[in-house]
Design a protein around this ligand. Structure first.
Ligand code: CMP
Length: 140
């Protein structure tokens, strides 16, 4: 597999509990390199634009409220097969279904407050990275 980049967010439930370092340690232990990172506080409108694909879902408003409730850490992770590897390290969306040792199993509070977001495919990774970072900010 080739070296890939994927987009990651450490969500408000995790930044509130000071878990940025603990989560980054999981990424790095899995061989993912953090090649860009910034802590920002999204407006509800910005969160809504990022999650526009979920607009019709019943949890959309709750999701946008939550993602704009406190700072997030937006990141680009690089490594061999980075998209799949990141999804493995994150664990299932619902922490009740996440495997032992995964970020969501250890840290997530609920399906909504699930500590991290990660891109699900190469096309979404490219769009999500471009939403938060310029090319100059990606330092491999
Ligand atoms: P994420 O990977 O960021 O992508 C969309 C998010 O919507 C997902 O993680 C969850 O945090 C959230 N989500 C998915 N299903 C539900 C749900 N049933 N209720 C609340 N939030 C949800």
């Amino acid at each position: 597999m080739a070296v890939q980049r994927t987009f990651s967010i450490i969500k408000p439930d995790a930044t509130n509990r000071n878990l940025t370092g603990a989560i980054n340690a999981k990424f790095e232990a899995a061989g993912l390199r953090i090649v860009a990172q910034k802590r920002i506080h999204l407006t509800k409108a910005q969160a809504g634009e990022f999650y526009a694909v979920h607009k019709e879902r019943p949890f959309y408003d709750e999701l946008c409220e939550f993602m704009s409730s406190a700072p997030i850490v937006a990141q680009v992770l690089e490594g061999e097969d980075a998209i799949a590897k990141n999804r493995e390290v994150m664990g299932a969306t619902n922490p009740a279904e996440a495997a032992d040792g995964t970020i969501r199993k250890e840290f997530a509070l609920s399906i909504g407050e699930n500590s991290v977001h990660g891109s699900d495919a190469a096309e979404t990774a490219a769009v999500e990275i471009a939403y938060f970072f310029s090319g100059l900010e990606l330092v491999g």
